[in-house]
Design a protein around this ligand. Sequence first.
Ligand SMILES: NC(=O)c1ccc[n+]([C@@H]2O[C@H](COP(=O)([O-])OP(=O)(O)OC[C@H]3O[C@@H](n4cnc5c(N)ncnc54)[C@H](OP(=O)(O)O)[C@@H]3O)[C@@H](O)[C@H]2O)c1
Length: 265
Amino acid sequence: MSKNILITGSTDGIGKLAAIKLAKEEHTIFVHGRNKEKLEKVIEEIKTASKNENISGFVADFSDLKAVQQMALEIKESIGKIDVLINNAGVFKSSKTNNEAGFDLRFVVNYFAPYVLTNELISVLEKGENPRLINLSSAAQSPVNYDALNGKIDLGEQMTYAQSKLALTMWSFDLAKKLKNINVIAVNPGSLLNTRMVQEAYGRFWSSADKGANILYELAISEKHEGITGKYFDNDNGAYGNAHPSAYDEKAISKLIEATEKIIA
Ligand SMILES: NC(=O)c1ccc[n+]([C@@H]2O[C@H](COP(=O)([O-])OP(=O)(O)OC[C@H]3O[C@@H](n4cnc5c(N)ncnc54)[C@H](OP(=O)(O)O)[C@@H]3O)[C@@H](O)[C@H]2O)c1
């Protein structure tokens, strides 16, 4: 059965490759990017590659949480239901460290933006068929420094990236407990996949970008993953595994969610 699938950050990297793979299976794909021209080009590229016309998209710069909220509003007005949401947009290196509001871009794009988008879209996801939420974590996970989360100190991109990914994983597990009808999985798509993010950060790679796209495709639609929630899929090992210990620490999770709600408000 054809599914409605929204993939954030699908104008490049593993998000774009996953969008093409899923489009080839005749699913309706909603692409997202921060640049309108690039988004339109990618939509045409996906249509051509998949021979599927049911491809459209949304524009929002995820470094601006108001833009994320605006995008959520547009989605709620135009899409009746979402079966799969893949929170894939992410940043490692960036020319600017902080957004206009003074928060580190890695925390904003990799954690606050999917947090805001998902919470706004829960009602649309709940209308989906066995809905799945897939959050892009990483093997790089590090406990959150609250001064860094609040934009008071700059710890450098490597550290804030790892902290943003643990924050996203902790929130994913918390959400899985709260949402009875939506399955939530955090995934490390594989380390040092051959994408622009990795080339900019390290100038080398360990695996093809397809490795990451393939696991996003599987987690989105495969029966193998049906009914699984609150878990971490580690694609470096090709299996469910353990996230950082803090992701299972109820107290640490409560503290994080409280701080997140304050910042977002
Ligand atoms: N590659 C890896 O080895 C690896 C490993 C672990 C986890 N991950 C995670 O996997 C996800 C995808 O990574 P990738 O390697 O495919 O990276 P990528 O090729 O750099 O693609 C990142 C995507 O996110 C979008 N994006 C970046 N900043 C944005 C912003 N401010 N607003 C809206 N969209 C924005 C990009 O849009 P533009 O096209 O406009 O740049 C692009 O579509 C990320 O969450 C990353 O952290 C990747």
